[in-house]
Design a protein around this ligand. Sequence first.
Ligand code: PGA
Length: 240
Amino acid sequence: MKFVFGNWKMNMSRSEIEHFEAEVAAAPYVPKVLAGIAVPSVYYGYCLGIKRKLSVGLQDVSEFEPGAHTGEISAQMAHDVLADFCLVGHSERRQFQHETNTIISHKIIRLQAAGVLPVLCVGETLEEFEAGRTREVLLSQLNECLAGFDTQKGLIIAYEPVWAIGTGKAADLAKIEEICGYVATIANEITTREIPVLYGGSVNAANAPAIARLSTVDGVLVGGASLDAREFLEIKKAFC
Ligand code: PGA
């Protein structure tokens, strides 16, 4: 099974969602690819038409149990609206909302307990990359984020080098293959399960076919290019 997930981030409007839905309405069903979009939670109810064709998930969830946490969305709520998956630990949340690996591990625990598939994002910054610290950073991110992992439940990991996100410069293919393989090995050691590993960072319709051919890559997480339904479907096609 291959996975093609989109992440709309803080983009799209109701009318753009309607347009996106109309574009995906005719998309053929492909049994070997699970494709989905992580939508802004406030629009989840407006994405039910898209859900006939694609999985629809959320971009974040609270680390807390339901209760007095104004503005937060619990894992139980995500499950209640039938969210198919939820991103956790995206680098933009690590950077702008100061999410730590420990907070992210709590979110994974909550999602797994609620029965929502977590898609854990990991990746090194440019500074860490240039210092040759990629593996070391990923090792601690994986160890700490998966501290409470429930081996009976599922998980997907997206390796997203921070310096490749939104820059138009994807990592080179050899690097993607090497590091996704490394992430899979470490994740397997920690969880004793085979965990699918996706690549993310400036994936588009042009570079997706070459990325899809890499043996260690189980799919992609797509930001900017997922806002355009046609381009997103092209990327999905590359993984068929
Ligand atoms: P990008 O974003 O495809 O726009 O680089 C990827 C992501 O943030 O998941």
